[in-house]
Structures are given as structure tokens and as C-alpha cells.
Design a protein around this ligand. Structure first.
Ligand code: 13P
Ligand code: SF4
Length: 317
């Protein structure tokens, strides 16, 4: 539509004028996913933020993502169009709680999901995202105890796929993914028995989906546990008629745009992250016009956090 075209042209013009790169997470509203220079999952966006030549990064995502970009590019300005765009998962552990947990397990290696504050990352040995969590845990010597935080469902999944029993998992969760339940899976699988199934490992239903696979109730070749970036890749090549998608519903926009021959169906259509949706087209434009919304991280915290994020980025490169 003409209204979208003129907004998008203005966003691109202002971004050029400012020397800014616009990054968007896969859960952003469709207009923002489409206008961004780069749209992707957390790991991909961290890599882009670390490597960009742009003077300024406009982060269309939530606060911890913009903080991560600032940690990786301390000399750049990182703008977040709404500072209230938080994350219930990042809120589920504080730096003080992590310090107390470390004191109970001296010598343990701390692995933190990127969905954490800069202060928690500063207390961390190596970060991970949903796409590399298992590789990060495998990179740690077998004789070391591991503290994994904050997501209990991703932690349980990592324990399962790595077979490591010495991983202690923090009991945090994302309210959106925790709300995609085993009951949703049972109902949707019964309604769409031939569908392929894509599950984000933060989901409360991950274990029950894999239990259905191991009991032979779901075919393993049609069931995948993936990051949002992994889902986008799978959507581009799948030949399935229907795909059930267990993650935040914002991703459906990209999946549908990539493959019009497949019907992408949410496992739970109420799984929307209100924090991700706080970044609206009007707020993005306001940010580009005014340069307001800079995210700052105390330099000492940033330096300690950077080691953990860079250790993650180095794994798998
Ligand atoms: P990924 O894009 O890494 O899969 O992250 C999912 C998420 O919940 C981010 O908030
Ligand atoms: Fe945080 Fe969950 Fe929203 Fe992702 S979907 S930003 S993990 S609250």
C-alpha cells in the first residue's frame, strides 16, 4: 500500500542520512521486518552488530538485544525505539542471584542465554542463543560443572541433546513460550495430523513434543526443534502442506512470505510478545528523526559482558 511505501522510503532515507543500519528481530511487526536492512534471529543480529561499518545501529527488538549490540560495538550509537521493550525471561535472573548461585558452585562454568541483562552477562563465562546452545555446552570440558541460565526449557533441551548430566538449570522462563503448552500440541496435532512441526526450545511444550516422537506418536523426520533463524531456513525448503509453528506468532510473516505453497499454522495463536510489539512503525520513524533512545552500558560491565558474548560468537565460526 502507498502509505507503507512512503513510510518505508522515509525510514530508508533517514537511515542513510544518519549512517544507520536498521536491525529487526523475527518477532517484530511485519512492516518493521520488511523495512529493516537485516532481519533475523538473535545470533545473526549479534553477528551483524559486531561487524557493521555503520555509525549507528537502530535495534528493532527488545532491550537486552540492543544492549548486546552496544556491548559488541561500544563506540557506536545504539538506538532502541522504546526502552520499555523488556523481556520476561531476561527479568527472571538478576546479577545478584547469579553471584549467589555461583558461590554455591565454585569452579562451575556459567552459560547464559543472550536473553539476559548486561549485568548478568558480566557474571557469565560464555553466552549462547537458541541456535548454538548445545554447541556452546559441548565446547566446555566434560569434567566441568555448568550453570545454565535463565531458561529452564532451553536448559532441559540442551541437557537432553548433549547428554550432559552436570548441567544445573535456572528455573526462569519466557511467559510467551512457556504458555505454548502440551495441551496446545495435543489439540493441534490431532487437528493437523500430517503437519510438519517446528518448535522453539524456549517452549513449555518442547519436552512433550519430543516424548511424542520417542513414543512413535509423531514422526521424527517431521519434527524439529529450532531457533527462529532455523525455522526461517526450514520454511524456505519444506514441501509439507501444513506446518505447525510453536513460537511467537510474529515469525509467521516471514515464513508465509518465503513459501506460499505451505500453510503455516501457529501452535498457539495467542503467543504474542507484547514487548516485541512495542516497537511500532511510528516509533521507528521518531527514533530516526530525533536520534532519541540511545542505549548505554556502563563501560566496565560492558567489557566483562563482551568477553562472554565474543566467546559465544567465536564458537562455530
Ligand atoms: P532466537 O531468535 O534466537 O530464536 O530467540 C528467540 C527469542 O525469544 C528472542 O526473544
Ligand atoms: Fe523475551 Fe519471550 Fe518476548 Fe522473546 S518472546 S523477548 S524471550 S518475553
Amino acid at each position: 500500500p502507498a502509505e507503507y511505501e512512503s513510510w518505508a522510503a522515509e525510514v530508508r532515507r533517514l537511515a542513510d542520512e544518519r549512517g544507520a543500519v536498521v536491525l529487526a528481530h523475527n518477532y517484530q511487526v511485519p512492516e518493521i521486518q520488511d523495512v529493516a536492512h537485516f532481519t533475523g534471529d538473535s545470533l545473526y543480529l549479534s553477528r551483524v552488530a559486531a561487524q557493521t561499518d555503520a555509525r549507528e545501529i537502530v535495534f528493532c527488538g527488545v532491550h537486552f538485544m540492543a544492549e548486546t549490540a552496544k556491548i559488541l560495538s561500544p563506540d557506536k550509537t545504539v538506538l532502541l525505539p522504546d526502552h520499555d521493550a523488556g523481556c520476561s525471561l531476561a527479568d527472571s535472573i538478576t546479577a545478584e542471584q547469579l553471584r549467589e548461585w555461583k558461590a554455591e558452585h565454585p569452579g562451575a562454568v556459567v552459560v547464559s542465554y543472550v536473553n539476559t541483562t548486561a549485568a548478568v552477562k558480566a557474571e557469565t563465562d560464555v553466552c549462547c542463543t537458541s541456535s548454538n546452545a548445545a554447541d556452546v555446552v559441548r565446547s566446555i570440558p566434560a569434567d566441568r560443572e555448568i550453570l545454565f541460565c535463565p531458561d529452564q526449557f532451553l536448559g532441559a533441551h540442551v541437557k537432553r541433546v548433549t547428554g550432559r548430566s552436570d548441567v544445573h538449570v535456572w528455573a526462569g522462563e519466557c511467559h510467551v513460550h512457556a504458555g505454548i503448552s502440551p495441551a496446545d500440541v495435543r489439540a493441534q496435532v490431532a487437528a493437523h495430523p500430517d503437519a510438519e512441526i517446528l518448535v522453539h526450545p524456549e517452549c513449555g511444550c518442547t519436552t512433550s513434543v519430543l516424548d511424542l516422537v520417542s513414543h512413535g506418536d509423531l514422526p521424527a523426520e517431521r519434527t524439529r526443534v529450532l531457533s527462529t533463524g532455523g525455522m526461517v531456513e526450514q520454511a524456505a525448503t519444506t514441501t509439507a502442506g501444513q506446518v505447525l509453528v510453536a513460537t511467537e506468532v510474529g515469525i509467521l510473516h516471514q515464513l508465509r512470505a518465503l513459501n506460499s505453497g505451505t500453510d503455516f499454522i501457529p501452535m498457539n495463536s495467542r503467543a504474542a510478545c507484547r514487548y516485541m510489539k512495542m516497537i511500532t512503525p511510528a516509533k521507528l520513524l521518531h527514533t530516526l528523526r530525533t536520534g532519541e533512545g540511545a542505549v548505554d552500558v556502563d563501560p566496565e560491565t560492558a567489557a566483562r559482558a563482551r568477553r562472554a558474548v565474543e566467546a559465544m560468537i567465536a564458537i562455530g565460526e
